[in-house]
Design a protein around this ligand. Structure first.
Ligand code: PAF
Length: 277
């Protein structure tokens, strides 16, 4: 495994081989969810590259950029058996003082996480485009856990005619259903105990729809009631939307994306499930 810290070095490594390369962009503090993406990249490609870069431009001024969990040594040990290249650029090289170019995917970013976190997806699409340009992957791997991020990246790749394939991989969950996330480490024991209620609410939506409940408002109401049984859970939004446009729907039409953001104290968790036939 080669640990690469500059853009030039990464370019040279990529140029040295024309083999297929699977790329997993991450912000580090890796967990099994990330490793499942890396394993899939390894299965599908001859080479694997993982980036570790806590991207400052996707955090809002009141968000956790400075305190975002970091443990490079542990990350590298986890990646060693699975990865050919780990790309860890500096903030200064990715965003020099003169930096002035942004990728702004419209439409699909107006709702959900986009409206809750203004500027977030501009930061995500900009850094992902930069990383794609540097790493030149054959395929790039993202988790379904960040469903809107996947929709934004897919739109960017399509609209900008980018020459790579985006692969979406299923959300990995803890045994009690909590979706794996680097931010789970922020949860207090009491918040962690209550947090599986998100997955329970998604399953409730699935069950209601499969029993023939077509009214999205009614489903949202039942989900809200269930989550509110945990009185430390503070719902930011529950959405039932078209899986591609992410526009809210009133009647269930498959495939539909049920998604939510719920705060436990200062920790904001997101989760989702696609309802399909
Ligand atoms: O999903 C993430 O960890 C980040 O948004 C990504 C894709 C690595 C871009 O910084």
């Amino acid at each position: 495994m080669q640990v690469i810290k500059t853009i030039d070095e990464m370019r040279q490594a990529r140029k040295a081989s024309k083999k297929s390369l699977g790329f997993v962009p991450t912000m580090g503090y890796l967990h099994e969810g990330h490793l499942s993406l890396v394993r899939k990249a390894k299965d599908d490609n001859k080479l694997v590259a993982v980036s570790i870069f806590v991207n400052p431009t996707q955090f809002g001024p009141k968000e956790d950029f400075k305190n975002y969990p970091r443990d490079t040594e542990r990350d590298l040990a986890m990646l060693k058996p699975l990865t050919d290249y780990v790309f860890m650029p500096s903030d200064e090289e990715m965003y020099p003082a003169s930096y002035d170019t942004w990728v702004d995917v419209k439409g699909v970013t107006d709702v959900l996480e986009g409206s809750a976190r203004p500027g977030h997806f501009r930061g995500v699409s900009t850094v992902v485009l930069k990383l794609f340009n540097i790493v030149e992957p054959t395929r790039a791997y993202f988790g379904q856990k960040d469903a809107q991020q996947v929709a934004v990246i897919n739109k960017m790749v399509k609209d900008l005619n980018m020459n790579l394939k985006v692969i979406t991989c299923p959300t990995l969950r803890e045994p009690d259903g909590l979706a794996m996330s680097s931010r789970n480490t922020y949860l207090t024991p009491e918040q962690r105990r209550a947090s599986p209620v998100l997955y329970q609410a998604l399953n409730l939506a699935k069950e209601l729809a499969s029993q023939g409940e077509w009214d999205a408002v009614a489903i949202r109401k039942e989900m809200t009631k269930l989550i509110q049984k945990e009185n430390i859970a503070d719902i930011e939004y529950i959405s039932i939307a078209d899986n591609e446009t992410l526009k809210e729907i009133h009647r269930i039409k498959y495939p539909a994306l049920v998604s939510m953001a719920v705060k436990f104290g200062r920790t904001r968790l997101i989760d989702n499930m696609v309802l399909d036939k």
